[in-house]
Design a protein around this ligand. Structure first.
Ligand code: CU
Length: 135
């Protein structure tokens, strides 16, 4: 009986995973800039209220708040004016829901996610990743 229950549980988990297959999260690298050594990944996934953006970075300064944004352009040629603000990165982590925006919206243009050194050192970029374009 115990064995059968475990099997049923496994099937339920598999079904749940399959239901979300159409909305696979997109993950891409955030590379360090200006010798910061701060780098990691961005994960974009579609939530019911909008686009969820998760940043996970290694090498971030402990306890420092680091502004992060989605900018138009690429990491090598960024429009300095942010398109969407993300939650401030703290200890290398940030998670934001951008309401009313879809991944498809972003992929109609060219955008990058960047992280700034600190709230007082906004002009210094410490890491950046280009949002992959749709194929
Ligand atoms: Cu920015």
């Amino acid at each position: 009986m115990k064995c059968a229950a475990a099997t049923a549980g496994a099937v339920a988990v598999f079904t749940g995973t399959a239901a979300f297959a159409a909305m696979q999260p997109m993950q891409f690298a955030i590379a360090d800039q200006n010798g910061s050594g701060e780098h990691g990944t961005a994960t974009l996934l579609q939530g019911s209220r909008g686009l969820i953006v998760k940043l996970r970075l290694a090498g971030a300064a402990d306890g420092v708040d680091q502004p992060a944004h989605i900018h138009a352009g690429t990491c090598s040629k960024l429009d300095p004016k942010p398109k969407y603000a993300l939650r401030t990165v703290h200890d290398g982590q940030s998670e934001t829901t951008i309401e009313g925006v879809s991944l498809a919206d972003l992929q109609k243009g060219t955008y990058a996610i960047n992280v700034h050194k600190s709230t007082k050192e906004i002009p210094i970029y410490v890491s950046c990743g280009n949002i992959p374009v749709a194929k």
